[in-house]
Structure formats: C-alpha cells, structure tokens
Design a protein around this ligand. Sequence first.
Ligand SMILES: NC(=O)C1=CN([C@@H]2O[C@H](COP(=O)(O)OP(=O)(O)OC[C@H]3O[C@@H](n4cnc5c(N)ncnc54)[C@H](OP(=O)(O)O)[C@@H]3O)[C@@H](O)[C@H]2O)[C@@H](O)CC1
Ligand SMILES: Nc1ncnc2c1ncn2[C@@H]1O[C@H](COP(=O)(O)OP(=O)(O)OP(=O)(O)O)[C@@H](O)[C@H]1O
Length: 804
Amino acid sequence: MQGMTATIKANNANLKLMGAQHETINRCVKNFQIVAGRMAINEVVFALLSKTLSGETATALSDTRVVAFVLSVIASLGTFLGGLVTLFLVRVIGIGGDGTSGTSGTLVGVLQAFSAGVMLYMTFMDLVPEASAEIGSRETMLYFFVGVGIFGLLEAVFLDDSHSHADTHDNLHDHILEKSSSQPPKKSKKSRSRSPSKTKQTIKADKHETVDITSEKGKKQLLRTKGLGVYLSALSDARLGLQLAIAICLHNIPLMQEGMAVAIPLYAAGGSSFYVLGMTFANGLGEATFMHQMTSIQLKRTTKTAEPIGVIIGVAFFGSYLTPSVLSRSLAVVGGIMCCISIHELQPTAIRYAGQSRASASLFAGMFVVFCALEAVTEYFGHPHSHSEIDHSHLHNRNSNHHHQHIASDSIVNKVPKERAVEKESNIVWSGDGDSSSDLKSEKFPTAKFVRKGSLAGEDGTNSHVPSIVKAASSRIPPLNDPAVSAALRKGQSGRILVVGGSEEYSGAPFYAGIAALRTGADICHIACHPLSSAAIKTYSADLIVHPLIDPTIPIDQIILDVIDILKRVHVIIVGPGLSRNAFMQEVATRIIEHARELGLYIVLDADGLFLVQEKPSVISGYRKAVLTPNSGEFMRLCDKMNIPFSPLAKKEEEAVLALSKSLGKVTVILKGHNDVISDGQLCVSISETGSPRRCGGQGDLLSGVIATFLGWMKGFQEGLYSRDGKVRHENAITIDLQSDSAVESVDVSSEILACASGSVLLKRTSRRAFDMKGRSMTATVMADTLGQVFSEVFDEADFKKRN
Ligand SMILES: NC(=O)C1=CN([C@@H]2O[C@H](COP(=O)(O)OP(=O)(O)OC[C@H]3O[C@@H](n4cnc5c(N)ncnc54)[C@H](OP(=O)(O)O)[C@@H]3O)[C@@H](O)[C@H]2O)[C@@H](O)CC1
Ligand SMILES: Nc1ncnc2c1ncn2[C@@H]1O[C@H](COP(=O)(O)OP(=O)(O)OP(=O)(O)O)[C@@H](O)[C@H]1O
C-alpha cells in the first residue's frame, strides 16, 4: 500500500514535471515543424477521438508532437510489461523471481537474445531504410557508424572493468541465488508483503548486490536514446514511430535491464505484486528520484533520465534544430547504438546464460516476432516507406557544397500557417530575352507556395519564402543547344516513355499522353494498348510506337512477357489513359505495375490507372517513384478509399493531398484543379499558375505525358547523362533556398515534386496560350501543337541567352 501511495505521488510529481516542460516542448516543436504531412496516424487518432471529444480537443490530442510523445511513452512502458512478465514467471510458472529455479539464468539469456533480435531487425529493416530514404544510404551508414563510435566512446569512458558485462549478470545471478538461499523457497502471500522495517533492511542488504545491476543500467544511458528515437521516428513518420514504439516495447519486456532487472530483485526482496508492478511502471515513466528513494536498485541512477524525460530533454535541447535531415541522421545514429547494444551486450550475455543454440534461436525468434508485429502495423497503416526505394535518396553532400544543387530563390512564396494562408504574388520576370511581346515572358512567374505544418520562422506568419522550383527543374533538362552535351547524346537518352492505355472505347487519351511526352522532349514513346485502339492511334501519329499487346485473346502471361521487353527499355511508364475499367485491362495493368516497380521505373498513374489504385492501393503503396495525377473526382474517391476526410468546400486541399500521399506511403500526388496541389508526403507545393477557362477533355492526359518526360529527365540527370554545368549529381532532391526577410533556409525538394510542378506550370500556360489562340474551339489537340513552343519560352531561357 505504501508502495502504491508512493507510486501515485511519484506519478503526480512526474506529471507536474511534464507540465512544466510542456511549454518548452511547445516552443521548440513550433520551430522544427518543417516536416509537413505526418498525418496518417494523427488522422486515425483524430477520427477516434472526435467521436467522444470536442473537435478542438481531438485536434489538440492528435497533433503530431502529442502522438510522437505518447508513442515514446508507450515504448518506455515496456519496462512495466517486463514487470508483468516477471510476475507471471514467478507466480504462475514459479521461476525467476526468487531464484529457486535453475532455469532463471537460461530464461534471462533467452530473453536477452530475443531483445537483440528485435533491435537488430528494427535497425536494419526500419531505422536505416527510413534514414536512407531521406539522406541516402551513404550518409545514413556514416551516421550509423557515428552511433557505433558514440557507443564505443561511452563504453570506454564510463565502463569500469570491474563492472564488465558478464560480471554484472553474474552478480545479478548471484544476487538472485543469494536471495533464494537466504529466504524460504516459497513464501506465503503474507510474508511476501512488505513491511516498512523489513523493506529498509532488505534495501540495505541488497545494496551491494544490486549496485552492479544499477551500474549496468547506468552505463546503458545509451538506451535512453530509445525514447528520443521513437519521438524522432514519429516526427519523421508517425507509422515508423508506432512501429518503433512497438518494437522497443517488445524489447523492453524481456530486456532484463529494463523490466526484469528491476522486477526480479524487487520480488526477491520481498515486494508484493503491486509493489513490483508499481516500481516497474514508475521506472518506465522515468521517476528516477522516487526509484532512488525506494530501492537500492536505483542507487547509482541519480542521473537517470528515462525515456519520456529523455524525450523532453532531447527536444528542449535540440528541438529547434530538428529538420527532416537531422531527424534522419539521428535515426541512423540511434540505429548504430542499438546495433552495438545488441551485438556487444545482449547476445554475448545470452550465449553465456542460455548457450549458443538457444541464444541464436531466440535471436531469430525476436526478429520473427517483431516482423509479425510490424507487418500487422503496416497492414493497418500502410507502408511507411519502400525498402526497395533506397535509390530514391535525397543525398546531399553539404560540405562539398556542390553535390546538391542549390537554387537561390528569386520569387516570393507563401508560407502558410494553417489558419492564415495569405498568398503573395511573385515578382520575377522569367524570360531572359527581354521580349515583351509575349505575355508569357513578361508576367510574374511562377507563383508557388510551400505549405507546411506550423511556422517555419517567426510567429506572425508573415515571413515569405520563395522556391524557384521551375527554375530548379530547368537545370535538369537536357541542354540540347549545348554542342558538347548534344553531340554525346544518343537516341533515347532524353527519355523513353511507355503509355499503358487505350482500349476499345478510348484511343484519344493514350495518344495525348504519348504525344505530349514527345512534344515536351522525350525521345521515344511506346504505347501498349488494346488491339482495337492501336490502328486509330497509329493514324494520329507516326511518331508513336504502338503495340497492340493487351489482347484479351492472348494468355495474360504472354502479354506480360511481351510488355516486360518494353519495360526494360524505358525510364517511365504512364498507366491509365484510356485504359478503361474492364477487368482484363485492369489485371494486365496491375501486373505491369508490379514489374515496373521491380525494375525501379517511375510510374505515372492517371485516369483508369487511378481507378486501379482506388480498388487496390497496395499495388502502388510505398513506391516513392509513383506519381498519381487525380482530377478532383478521382481525388475524392481516393480519399474516400483511404479514409481521409476531404470536402472540396472546406478548401483544405493541401492537408488532404499531404494526407493522401502519406497514407499511400509517400507516393507523389498532384491534385489537378484551379491550383494544382502537389505533395510527396513531406512537402506540399501549390501551383497557382493561371490556366485556361476551357475544360475540354484530354488536358489531364497531356499533363501525364509532360510529367513523365520530366521524370525521365530527372532520372537521366541523376545517372549523369547530361548537366548544364558539367557536374554530375546523383541525388534525388534539389536544395532550394527559401528567402525570407531575415533569413535564408534550405528546403529539399524531390525530383518527383519538381517534375510535377514543372509539368503543372507548362500545361497551364499551354492551355492559356491555346485558349488565347482558339477560344472556345480550343481542344487538347491544339494544346499538343502549342506545347513545344511554350516549353521553349518557359524552360529554355538559358539556351536562348546562349544563342543570343
Ligand atoms: N479523347 C479521349 O479518348 C479521352 C479519353 N479519356 C479517358 O476516358 C476514360 C474515363 O476518364 P474520365 O476522367 O473522363 O472519367 P469519367 O468516366 O468521365 O468520370 C468518372 C467520374 O468522375 C467524375 N468526374 C470526372 N471529372 C471530375 C472532376 N473534375 N470533378 C469531379 N468529378 C469528376 C464524373 O462525375 P460526373 O461529373 O459525371 O458527376 C464521373 O462520374 C479514361 O480512360 C480517360 O483516360 C479522357 O482522358 C478524356 C479524353
Ligand atoms: N478549375 C480549373 N481551373 C484552371 N485549370 C484547371 C481547372 N481544373 C483543371 N484544370 C487544369 O486542367 C488540366 C487537366 O485537369 P483535369 O481536371 O481536366 O484532368 P482530367 O479530368 O484528368 O483530364 P482528362 O480529360 O484528360 O481525363 C490540369 O492542368 C489542371 O491544372
């Protein structure tokens, strides 16, 4: 009872401490919410809470940082579960707690190995891939080794040889055995309950033996990074945070140092069940002072900052510096540390106590269990990232200053605090030739805004940032007027596209997509279609290579083999224009997408390709080289499917596009409309270029071809086929300086966003030009004819300059 009262007091104290820290966290978090769109879990939380709570409360509680913090608390409570496990072993199975059974050492060993398996699996299957997706595998591994170095350093500095790992566990074991010999093997419930005097004695008596355990925990301050790790992961990706929380929770349950190391000696010291559980619970919440007073196990833990408190301290110190790149680097460092703990600490001890065979089996069992747990989470929340997508890295070498492209902003953009989106017009004149006869050249260009969660700088929301994304994209276009570059280019290197579409009903749509690709500048365009549309498409254009492959009379496996031959020769595929929703056509398209994913091709999904995604999101989920181009109807259906609340009337497109992208595992989504809104699940860009008032069919098909061409160029550029300044840059992202009145900040923009933004501006300008020429009689054909000219005016500025 006394223990329980103390526990409650301790928890109250803990809550007060958390309350005091709340303001600090708020301030810090405000500053680093550069990471937009961590919404999937938040929305689930919101949906659940909004049923019982008011909208405001539900919104507050489903905030990213709250969810991240709660996840880190959940992870830390694995210690409490460790106490539960111990009680179960002691009360039900009859081993471990009082050391009467010789199997306790084996059990401890087995559980240690299990923990090692969990942590190794998490490190290499989640932390490292997640970090790689953001900063690239090379940099990730460098930071991973930094983590290894930190661990080694701490071991060297803080480890007293007399407290070596093995000794520690021997001492624990001895301690347990000693307790068992000094106490009757079985106590009555009554005798096991603690009296104050007895407790005091026991604590004193335990002091010597438990110091080693404490030292072990002390030297494992490193493990405190787990809580912060979960927090960082959750900010980086809420699903990853949840996964890591589950894994660490799993690891905490058996990890002797955490749950059982606290629980076993307490139990051996005569603690009641409530007492033991209370202690482990408090330990999990990080009530160091309380633990220090109540039990000698905590004697040397005066500086202990357990997980939630570790989070607070970590955020308080580093919050203002936490950008996506820093988060990813932190994940890599945490991965290195977790790996060291597993290999250097847990597994050797496990072998010592359980023997090699049991330890190995248990390690793999740990991996398997966490695999199953994470799969369950992934099944529910979708893929947090595509492990096959490591090459989709935003790899920067900031030190070398040139390995990432740095484009200074020279237009004005809005930063949009959620409530007060105030748009400012950009002022730059894009054209370099000074020809004012063309309105396209003299107008303001482009108007784009980055949408973020929260404020990037300043509290008043007035700071403006201007990413010149279109200008940045132009630096990745093959410079055909540069003789040195063009002389070396072979046919096909400026882009090879495959359109999968064209059915009995629709022949125009695939044609528009294909011709737009060619007119934008792709070298080759194939179309794989139903035989009944192929003849028509061929007559529209001799430039398109049309394959009447998707023939219902041919076995589907044969069709796929033929299509794979083409897939191997292209950079990008567009799936959907004129495909139809016929089951056979949809099945073929599904299989083609699967193969394109395996080959790492960019995939643009439009029209009936989006119907396919709507029916079966897993076909594209987690594939970051996928670009979805829904119109508002298609977008609503996708949101509906993914349980994302969206109403066009609410005018919250940005949030919904971010959420859709996230829920599909960070595929890039461009919602077409008055403004085109683009997100890759990390950033959201809204392009408010004026288009034409005509809504004739086929414009979306043209856009898919244009975007595909830009994507092909992004790939060619990264592969070093061409560049405007002769420098090869393999990274996916391009860093753009965002200019505000007082500061310049860098933002990494993915190639996918660049391609979509460029396509959006080009298409809207083309449609306006076509409307200016033809008025109501403007059609997609007119646009296709106008595309090349507008492209030159917009993107070839540098080339014109050179020519003049
Ligand atoms: N020349 C050709 O060969 C062309 C062929 N094409 C090919 O046609 C095929 C069908 O594609 P599609 O997008 O036209 O689907 P479609 O069945 O009309 O609409 C489905 C539902 O969505 C809705 N809806 C549509 N748009 C909306 C919006 N903006 N905002 C809101 N709602 C909207 C609409 O609802 P409704 O307006 O009827 O209430 C309707 O129920 C596809 O293969 C495509 O590639 C086209 O590319 C054009 C040129
Ligand atoms: N309300 C609007 N105002 C201005 N431009 C728009 C508007 N709606 C769509 N657009 C533009 O029209 C182009 C095609 O978008 P749309 O929504 O018509 O696609 P779609 O329905 O998929 O086309 P398709 O007819 O090819 O299937 C895009 O460039 C988009 O920006």
